[in-house]
Ligand binder design. Structure first.
Ligand code: CS2
Length: 489
């Protein structure tokens, strides 16, 4: 079977580009080319190019590793996007030009970002990729930030690259690009702007920082599309649907959403043609999505892992567990303000998306990097719900599930190291004991941004302790049944 490429002859039932991708130049440099960017930003961009063309193809940059570049470059950037709903269909995406990775990554990325034709630098590197604290400041303990502050002229991380490229453009008299964060952080644009300014001040001085403050736009975005990791089956399906071998295929759900602050300094693709929503303030949309979709996801990932459910759809197939998902969605919705959206209908749609039988979204994947996710997904709405007097038990249950997940033991009774940038601190925190009274203070000391004093005290603190002890002593299955019996969906 021939490999997918720009010259591959259209075959299979897949939809092939209805335009000639190679006629358009790149206007976007995208940092972090995981499955999500391929299922989201590049899919939107591909549709705009098919509708009206434009110099808006993307050059991808892999900050770590070369696997994605090795899969995509021999394919001229082409890949299959498999959309799994009631039916499965596929689309060959032409919006990606090529991928930069490997030894010369930084030099090549800076060259691409310095070109005047680059008008947007977009980013999907997950929460931990930036080097921003949960309060929205530069995280000097982050490995890439530390390295890049020491050698700002040879950056390796997101913020270092952006600042070096902007400083270069300023020196050359080239207008800046817009910086577009597309990760699940609240106020992602604003936080990135602040961290970039802190870095620029320290590494390049007030002149460069002042120019960035005045000239560079950092619109915030809310992004949404459930995109599991690709498997051998993904690649096999792509081969069937396109008639070509594709080592970079991605699968995703039919639903997608993108809400963007319309604040670009050097133009943008007409993403609204593909359904993106441009608004003045994305904050309420971010709250809705982070607290409802992602908050429920984190809760079901930890409680799912502890009750033997490998995939999100398995959680939804357990009536008790599914009712706790709906309970969580309701409590999270009560903390979302300022949107003329029917949140009950949004919650119902989320539960249906989670239940999609053709999407194998691993609870282990969502359980990763909890310290980076829980502050905006669980802690912030829990604090607001406490203040407002709306239901808080679902948040206590989510936090207790996370703590119990951290406290898992292997066959010899030793704690299991989790996949998280703060894994060492978490491992140390859960090593000292096996009951809530010992575990919670230790976890809170390691992660005060997840368990602040306000969630350790009073009725909430007591509920958290009671739930964690119950999970540890009786097991998650028993607690799921009891919690579900309380109602509250
Ligand atoms: C998930 C998200 O892995 C996770 O933490 O909650 O990746 C989620 O699938 C996306 O945000 C959906 O848009």
């Amino acid at each position: 079977m021939n490999r997918l490429s720009a010259t591959a002859f259209p075959a299979g039932t897949a939809e092939w580009p209805r335009y000639r991708p190679e006629e358009y130049r790149a206007g976007i440099v995208h940092l972090g080319l995981g499955n999500f960017a391929r299922a989201h930003l590049l899919a939107y961009t591909d549709e705009v190019l098919a509708t009206q063309g434009g110099d808006w193809r993307a050059i991808g940059v892999s900050l770590r590793g070369t696997a994605v570049a090795e899969a995509l470059n021999p394919q001229d950037g082409r890949y299959t996007l498999i959309i799994r709903g009631q039916q499965t269909h596929a689309r060959v995406i032409g919006a990606l030009k090529h991928v930069i990775a490997g030894t010369h990554m930084a030099r090549c990325a800076l060259t691409a970002m310095a070109r005047p034709t680059c008008r947007i630098v977009s980013i999907t590197v997950t929460e931990k990729g930036y080097g921003i604290t949960s309060e929205g400041h530069l995280d000097r303990a982050h490995a890439a930030i530390r390295a890049d502050l020491a050698r700002p002229e040879a950056p390796t991380g997101v913020i270092g690259l952006i600042v070096a490229a902007l400083a270069h453009r300023r020196a050359m008299g080239v207008q800046p690009f817009t910086v577009l964060s597309c990760d699940n952080l609240s106020h992602n644009g604003q936080k990135l702007q602040r961290a970039v300014l802190e870095f620029a001040t320290e590494a390049h001085g007030e002149d460069v920082a002042g120019w960035i403050r005045q000239q560079v736009r950092f619109p915030s975005t809310m992004v949404d599309r459930i995109t599991p990791a690709s498997t051998a089956e993904t690649l096999a399906t792509a081969a069937t649907l396109t008639g070509h071998e594709d080592l970079a295929a991605v699968e995703t759900e039919p639903f997608r959403q993108w809400v963007i602050e319309d604040d670009f300094s050097a133009g943008r693709p007409a993403w609204e043609l593909a359904g993106a929503l441009f608004v003045r303030d994305v904050g309420p949309y971010e709250h809705m999505k982070l607290r409802m979709l992602n908050g429920a996801h984190s809760m079901l990932a930890y409680s799912g892992q502890l009750s033997g459910k490998a995939y999100v759809r398995d959680v939804m197939a357990d009536p008790a567990h599914a009712s706790l998902v709906r309970r969580h969605l309701k409590a999270a919705a009560a903390t979302v303000r300022g949107l003329a959206i029917d949140l009950d209908a949004y919650a119902t749609a989320l539960a249906e998306r989670f239940a999609n039988p053709s999407i194998a979204h691993a609870t282990a994947q969502i359980a990763m990097d909890g310290t980076q996710k829980l502050p905006q997904r669980i802690t912030a709405p829990a604090l607001e719900a406490l203040e407002a007097g709306t239901p808080v038990r679902p948040f206590a249950f989510a936090l207790a599930s996370w703590a119990a997940y951290l406290a898992r033991r292997d066959a010899r009774g030793a704690p299991i190291r989790v996949d998280d940038p703060r894994a060492d601190a978490l491992f140390a925190a859960v090593s000292g004991g096996t009951d809530a009274a010992t575990l919670l203070p230790a976890i809170a000391a390691a992660c005060p941004d997840i368990l602040p004093d306000a969630l350790r005290a009073g009725a909430f603190g007591a509920m958290l302790e009671e739930l964690l002890d119950a999970i540890l002593r009786e097991g998650m299955m028993a607690v799921l049944a009891r919690e579900a019996a309380l109602g509250g969906e």
